[in-house]
Design a protein around this ligand. Sequence first.
Ligand SMILES: [Mn+2]
Length: 450
Amino acid sequence: MKPTDEVLAERRARVAKRWELTDEVVVVRAGEPAGWSGTDQHFAFLPHPDVAYLTAVGSPGTTLAFDAAAGEWELFGPRFTPERLVWEQPPTPVGRPLDELEAWLSQRGDRTVIELGAGATMPEALPSPAEADGEETENPANAALRLAAAIALERMTKDDAELDDIRSAAAASTAGFEWVYQHAAPGMTEREIQVGMEAQFYAAGAPRVAYDSIVASGPHGAYLHYVYAGDDPLRPATRAVEAGDLLLIDAGAQFGGYASDVTRTMVVGADPTDEQEFLWKLVLSAQQQTIDMCRPGTVWREVHLAAARILGAGLVEMGLLRGDPAELVTQGALALFFPHGLGHLLGLSVHDITSVPYSREPSDDPLLSRLGPNRVLEPGMVTTVEPGIYFIDALLGDPARREKFAESVVWDRVDELRGFGGIRIEDDVLVTDGDPEVLTVAIDKPMRIG
Ligand SMILES: [Mn+2]
């Protein structure tokens, strides 16, 4: 659902309030299509998420400007020449013609202009309060980071229009996964399954996928981001699913610019082995228990560690690890099998709000302290919850790691499972004042298909 003008005005007002500017001029740019080197072609364009959030339009060149002295916003949108309209359809006409932006800026004299969005340059982190004390006026690059962080804070909790789009994205994803459950079978290639699934995303109204779909069979499931043509875009390989393989699919439709991000892992065309069944149920249990922790006030790091300890206890029970699960987590042995974070925020980007640099340590700056991995969950946040267990050759075959974890890993047992692949189960979870709401709950979790 496209946000109403009223909703957009509310978003802009909340952002302007956080900015606390008095005299500056701010320009937020959607960006321009990136060119393919050596050709006259361009990659598919997507607008800078801050512009999408504040304008709900995504045409290249779209630019939102703010005059802090007047407290007024001005939207500029591209217009095409007749010559260009011979080849391309016109972009949605919004605001004033983009070629009036320059005159609009020069009317504002020599006031400080702060550039945000596409093409803006920002420091890695804000200066400490002590360093900033010496500055007469705020350095524009530091100001840009502070202002971008303010937009990020608003984007971190979703309004109803945003949640509506995320729900539509999840519904399109549901159609794709349903197709997989009904059609995937031994003998089909990963590519055939991907194309069949994505066709359902598009048929359900999704303009595109939220990220390159991961359809990984058998040992390929141990590459966390295994994608078609990731080996070679000229002549990509694919693999036919064999009976008894694990099939890991991490995919999501995008709707209105908003992502969904779902992972399911199934055994195809055979009953699961004891190991497959144990680990599949372990990952699901870790996911169910940590989804239930997604409540206001919870520190995300604690949710991640809880998942890690549950997985660690399971691997000890299975005889792959030995020792105390909590210690196995802190010493790093568990990360051989669970080498990623439990989840990430979701929104206009699948890994949302990652482009704003922030300190990894808790920060005194109120704008930055909540952006880091230690963020405290709040109502309106949407996060993925995606525990996994993998048998990754690059980690398990590394002599230094085998030496370091000689005591805590039962290597004989682990080596028997090399080539197992991986199991990940992922849903999109809305933090509310009450129980967490799983936005992708309609997507079944079969342990076996085909
Ligand atoms: Mn994810």
